[in-house]
Structures are given as C-alpha cells and as structure tokens.
Design a protein around this ligand. Sequence first.
Ligand code: CDP
Ligand code: MG
Length: 140
Amino acid sequence: MALERTFSIIKPDATRRNLTGKINAKFEEAGLRIVAQKRIQMTMAQAGEFYSVHAERPFYGELCEFMVSEPVVVQVLEGENAITRNREIMGATNPADAAPGTIRAEFAESVGENSVHGSDAPETAAVEIAYFFSGLELVG
Ligand code: CDP
Ligand code: MG
C-alpha cells in the first residue's frame, strides 16, 4: 500500500446542480482526504491542453466546450492507493456501466457530462496536479 495523491475535477454538470458537497462526501467517506481545492472557471486554452490526449477523438470539441460551460472544482485527493481508489469511487466513464453506489452511477447525466474527472496513472496524476496547483497549495 502506498500513500498517493491524485487529481480530481468536479465537472460543470455537477457544480450546476449544486452537488459538490455530495460528491466530496463520497471521497471522504471512502478515506480519501482533500489536500488542495479551488473553484475555477476553466478557460478554453486550459481545457484543450488538459484533454489534449483526446484531441483526435470525435468528442474532443464538445468535451472542451462542456468543461468551460460552468465553473469546476479542481482538487487533490490523498490516501492509500488514491489513484485507483478514486477511479473506483467515480465508477465507469459511461454512467450506464457504472457500478451502483459510485459517483457516476448516482449523479452523472451522460457519458460526456459525467460529473467527475480522475487521473488514470501516477504519471498523469503528477502532471495534472502540477497543471493546476503549486506545491505550496498542497496542504496534507
Ligand atoms: O474520464 P475518464 O478517464 O473515465 O474517461 P476518458 O476516456 O479519459 O474520457 C475523458 C472524458 O471525455 C470523459 O470523462 C467524458 O467526459 C468524455 N467522453 C465523451 O464525451 N464521450 C466518450 N465516448 C468518451 C469520453
Ligand atoms: Mg481519462
């Protein structure tokens, strides 16, 4: 077991429906600790760069438009195996496939508007955390 940090976003469909507290309760109840957090209005440039791995996918334009449509909450979660654990708590990308009790099963509206982002590996977690937070803003 390893103490890890992972990057999380509460997406616009969830901030719009006032679900930030309910979503973060899921993380905290599962033992993940929020060690950095801010609510921001993402810019198109930030969204495009953040999701650049998907630039060739057909949903990329719509995804970027969605991410700037309302404020988001960017945050860093810390805990044992936080990267994998966060993905388990989030559930599958498509809420139709998400296990009962997961955030996406309970709150997501569609495969695109699916309430949360979570890093998928240690390398991406490190890059994504550094994209939005300085070291001084991580207070474990
Ligand atoms: O977010 P996750 O890592 O589970 O999924 P992804 O495959 O990395 O895709 C990133 C995001 O693109 C998803 O969370 C969706 O918001 C969006 N997406 C979409 O709109 N349509 C798809 N068919 C797949 C992903
Ligand atoms: Mg992903």
